[in-house]
Design a protein around this ligand. Structure first.
Ligand code: ARG
Length: 276
């Protein structure tokens, strides 16, 4: 067992705002409250530190308001990072900043497959030895298979069918190998079956809680941090031996993001089979 502390990458929301609309949550007419966003971000960070995590930060950049959503930077696999290639040009400017940070901190950065979009850990999460990956909205299915070949891991591509759940981390959250949270309505029937067949214990999230980003949870040890508004999930998590924590993230929901999107796990998610 490794004694290293869980390590997360975050980006302070100094330059955060709703400057464009690339998912159904975003409206430039519904701005984020800057001061409140700062407060909410710092509380999330504090909860993660209190849960035992170490936080590294990438500096905010003017004109890149979504850089706060570090989950999308890359897919981390040991000391390799498959860099995101963002679908929307509004976010493509983030790529060199994430690349620079990862390279400077010792990761071997692998470009994602040419001509195909891929949005990092937002769309690809390990549960055990398998990479569960979301496609259609932001990442391309064939690119996901190529990434699996590149890293030598099995990929199960899952089609995302509801535009409100445009990244897989908005509707699926691995807790431990063989154990995950999911919102069935974000997947087609085939995807639901694949998840049921490949994850032993699945916790179903109700639609109203999924809308509160219940599945967009950060798992640090046995602590699970989510947005507010997910009481049923929290009960289920407690029953399963976890310590859920809620923290308000309303200002980030306005951009279509929540707890998990604001972090990138650098040392391997708790559920990743390859984690030492
Ligand atoms: N506004 C951002 C976008 O649409 C939010 C990203 C949320 N990130 C995530 N991993 N789900 O790309």
């Amino acid at each position: 067992m490794s004694v290293a502390r869980p390590h997360l990458l975050m980006c302070p929301p100094d330059r955060y705002g709703i400057e464009y609309e690339i998912n159904p949550w975003m409206s430039t007419e519904r701005q984020a409250d800057h001061a409140l966003a700062g407060q909410q971000w710092r509380s999330l960070r504090q909860h993660l530190v209190d849960s035992g995590a170490r936080i590294s930060e990438v500096s905010p950049v003017d004109g890149l308001p979504d850089l706060v959503f570090t989950a999308n930077a890359a897919l981390i696999y040991r000391q390799q990072a498959v860099l995101a290639r963002f679908k929307h040009e509004q976010r493509q400017g983030e790529e060199p900043y994430f690349e620079r940070w990862l390279t400077a901190h010792g990761w071997e950065v692998l470009p994602s497959p040419r001509e195909l979009s891929f949005e990092g850990a937002g769309d690809a999460l390990f549960c055990g030895d398998t990479l569960f990956a979301g496609y259609r909205m932001r990442s391309d299915a064939s690119g996901l298979q190529q990434i699996g070949e590149l890293l030598g891991v099995r990929v199960l591509p899952l089609e995302l069918v509801d535009p409100y759940y445009y990244h897989i981390d908005t509707c699926f959250c691995p807790l431990a190998p063989g154990h995950a949270i999911y919102f069935p309505g974000a997947f087609d029937e085939y995807g639901q079956k694949v998840l049921q067949e490949h994850v032993d214990k699945l916790i179903d999230v109700a639609e109203d809680e999924a809308r509160s980003f219940a599945c967009n949870a950060v798992v640090v040890g046995t602590t699970v941090v989510t947005n507010t508004g997910c009481p049923q999930l929290h009960d289920q998590l407690r029953d399963a031996g976890y310590q859920p924590i809620e923290t308000p993230l309303s200002e980030f929901v306005k951009a279509g993001g929540s707890a998990k999107c604001l972090t990138l796990r650098l040392d391997g998610e708790e559920a990743a089979g390859w984690k030492s």
